[in-house]
Design a protein around this ligand. Structure first.
Ligand code: CP3
Length: 347
């Protein structure tokens, strides 16, 4: 008899199996392109209230599973809940994005809470995970996640998203001791946060390093590779059977060797790298995830079909999980998601 692990396609790919059809899920699959998401978000009041309401957060996580039958569900939450749990102020400005209190001096850092305190804020997230494990179909894998320390630090330092992560680079050049202390606090909090998600029922965890691409050379090694390795090593010591997906977005050549340097089971690829190049240089070291441009979910048509087929074909000789190269955008057409899934599953 097969156990549950072997019947979940995503877990099979993450264990290194090459499947005839890649399993599929989509970054930001619960999001504003879906009318049912917008309705539940309105019911919750605002985005953060939705994240901290376990019943409604579970509901929006399940919506894309019901509509499309994705092979994985990703916990509905946000990478910026960890800064909030560490004591940063966090709010979202409609049409603009997140805002946080900034950390630019030792005194800003000194008011942050200790790592053990994060669960006081994050307990509702673990409740969402528990509900999902009860309610998800037996074949659907539940993915938990957190932001990578560098990406989370860029928001904590600047107090908002920035095009070039300038304030974070300025701090790491101007006050490396403070920058590294912040990174260490986030790293330790992330290990505890992901451990709690796993204890609650997450079957896989993903580490989102959305701004890894702005770290070059030695800085990429120190602030993208090393923290991801530290988190992965700590999780593997506690939960050896839980696969980890790393996403050093826009790492380019930095994707090569990322599996071995960090211990992750799968490297997620953005769409700036070609599937043929990534198959030759990254997938040869382990499972990869990706990497259709999310713009196809807006434009659709034959180009979507052709590019989806090309990605499936390029990665067909090794373990692969189909996904977008970044999150789906609010202007996407839900019909194009259906077309992508049908194209992948038609083989
Ligand atoms: O993928 C999923 O469906 C799971 C949930 C999820 C969200 N954010 C929900 C969300 C995940 C995995 C994230 C990760 C996240 N959050 C990242 C890393 C991945 C990436 O996109 O690069 C980052 C950088 C954030 C921070 C963040 N959250 C920003 C910059 C924004 C505003 C930009 C935007 O898209 O509006 C958010 C808001 C956010 N997080 C939304 C969702 C569904 C939109 C909120 C809304 O409903 O208004």
């Amino acid at each position: 008899m097969k156990d549950a692990v072997q019947t979940k396609t995503i877990l099979r790919s993450l264990a290194g199996e090459t499947l005839p059809t890649p399993p599929i899920w989509m970054m930001r699959q619960a999001g504003r392109y879906l009318p049912e998401y917008k309705a539940t978000r309105a019911q919750a009041g605002d985005f953060l209230s939705l994240c901290y309401n376990p019943e409604l957060a579970a509901e929006v996580t399940l919506q894309p599973i019901r509509r499309y039958g994705f092979d994985a569900a990703i916990l509905f939450a946000d990478i910026l809940l960890v800064p909030q749990a560490l004591g940063a102020d966090l709010w979202f400005v409609t049409g603009e994005g997140p805002r946080l209190s900034t950390i630019t001096s030792q005194s800003d850092f000194d008011v942050l809470k200790p790592v053990e305190a994060i669960h006081d804020t994050l307990n509702p997230i673990y409740e969402t995970v528990k509900i999902l494990r009860r309610e998800l179909p037996a074949e659907t894998t539940l993915i938990g996640f957190a932001g990578a320390p560098w990406t989370v630090a860029t928001y904590m330092i600047a107090g908002q998203g920035t095009p070039d992560q300038g304030p974070a680079h300025a701090l790491r050049e101007g006050n490396v001791a403070l920058f590294e202390a912040l990174l260490e606090r986030i790293t330790a909090a992330t290990i505890e946060y992901l451990s709690a998600q796993i204890e609650a029922g997450a079957e896989v965890v993903k580490i989102f390093d959305s701004w890894a691409g702005s770290l070059k050379g030695d800085a990429f090694q120190k602030y993208a590779v090393a923290p991801c390795a530290e988190i992965t090593t700590a999780l593997k010591a506690r939960y050896p059977h839980i696969p980890v997906i790393g996403f050093p977005r826009e790492a380019g050549d930095g994707y090569v060797g990322f599996h071995a340097a960090t211990g992750v089971d799968c490297v997620a690829l953005d769409n700036s790298v070609s599937p043929d190049w990534a198959a030759a240089h990254v997938q040869k070291h382990g499972c990869v995830q990706g990497n259709l441009a999310s713009s196809h979910m807006v434009t659709g048509g034959q180009a979507l079909v052709d590019e989806t087929r090309a990605i499936v074909k390029a990665f067909s000789n090794g373990p692969h999980i189909f996904n977008l190269g970044h999150g789906i955008t609010p202007d996407a057409d839900p019909e194009n998601v259906t077309l992508m899934i049908e194209t992948v599953r038609a083989g």
